[in-house]
Write a protein that binds this ligand. Structure first.
Ligand SMILES: NC(=O)c1ccc[n+]([C@@H]2O[C@H](COP(=O)([O-])OP(=O)(O)OC[C@H]3O[C@@H](n4cnc5c(N)ncnc54)[C@H](OP(=O)(O)O)[C@@H]3O)[C@@H](O)[C@H]2O)c1
Length: 269
């Protein structure tokens, strides 16, 4: 059955690839961008910034005006900050949480009455492996994704009686614009910042992992299957064997041992 899909953040990465594949499969795709909309005739572009509640309301109102329903909401858009907890500017911390968490919350709340009134729907929320374990020097990114995890689990229980499904996606490392767009806080080298040296070392690992990550089309293809599946699972971890193993190890190993393994990976001394 062809669906009306609203997907956020289709200017690059997973969003771009998934919007194209979904439209090619015959679904009606509304994709949000912050800058000038593209001209792809298969996709309906909507201007929306997760930091701007007015633009969120407008985007939903436009889809409703044109289609009268939203079958699937894909909360994909997000950004990434990196830096030490102690010295990262408050502005970066707020930007991280406002975009990745509160933006998702505002849009979801806007779409919920639509799905309730039409008798069902599916909400797909992008978390991360970083939403299952705290990642060093990505604390606010991880915190935002943990928040999405808790929000999604609670939401699932509140809205199951309205036949609205909630699916969590946990990608591992993928080669998208995520790295280039990351807002890092690196103190000037002469500032005696107590974290700089360690952060630079860890950032090197993070960027290498992402550069060697999978291509986003792999996730996009999986997302199409999830959208078209009658009974999707509650969660999909789409990651390398090592990253999936890390998720399992976190729950079975003693905490200290797991922390040592993670610290070793991120070259934390
Ligand atoms: N790549 C990975 O390894 C990875 C791993 C785990 C989870 N994820 C998650 O996957 C999702 C997609 O990321 P990606 O890797 O595809 O990154 P990406 O290529 O950087 O794409 C992010 C998208 O989000 C949009 N966006 C950013 N801030 C926004 C805002 N304030 N309002 C509206 N849209 C905004 C961007 O639009 P602009 O072009 O306007 O900035 C862009 O379209 C994110 O939720 C990310 O956290 C990615």
């Amino acid at each position: 059955m062809k669906k009306v899909i609203l997907i956020t953040g289709i200017s690059s990465g997973f969003g771009k690839q998934a919007a194209n594949l979904l439209a090619e499969n015959g679904h009606t795709v509304y994709g949000t961008v912050r800058n000038e909309p593209g001209t792809d005739s298969l996709i309906h572009f909507l201007k929306m910034d997760l930091m701007d509640l007015g633009s969120i309301k407008n985007a939903v109102a436009t889809v409703m005006e044109k289609e009268g329903r939203i079958d699937v909401l894909i909360n994909n858009a997000g950004m990434h900050t990196g830096g030490p907890i102690e010295t990262s500017p408050l502005e970066n911390i707020k930007l991280q949480m406002d975009t990745n968490f509160f933006g998702l919350v505002h849009l979801t709340r806007e779409v919920l009455p639509v799905m309730r009134n039409q008798g069902g729907g599916t909400i797909i929320n992008f978390s991360s492996i970083g939403g299952l374990m705290g990642l060093p020097f990505q604390a606010f990114y991880s915190a935002g994704k943990f928040a999405i995890e808790g929000f999604s689990e609670a939401l699932r229980m509140e809205i199951s009686r309205f036949k609205i499904k909630v699916v969590l996606i946990n990608p591992g490392d993928f080669h998208t614009s995520n790295s280039a767009n990351r807002r890092n806080f690196l103190a000037p080298t002469d500032s005696n910042d107590p974290y700089n040296e360690q952060f630079e070392k860890t950032l090197g690992v993070i960027e290498k992992d992402e550069a060697n990550g999978w291509e986003p089309i792999i996730l996009a293809r999986k997302l199409v299957k999830i959208v078209e599946c009658k009974n999707p699972c509650q969660r999909y971890i789409i990651a390398s064997f090592e990253q999936k193993l890390a998720v399992v190890l976190k729950y079975i190993l003693p905490g200290k041992l797991f922390r040592m393994i993670l610290a070793d990976h991120y070259k934390i001394s």
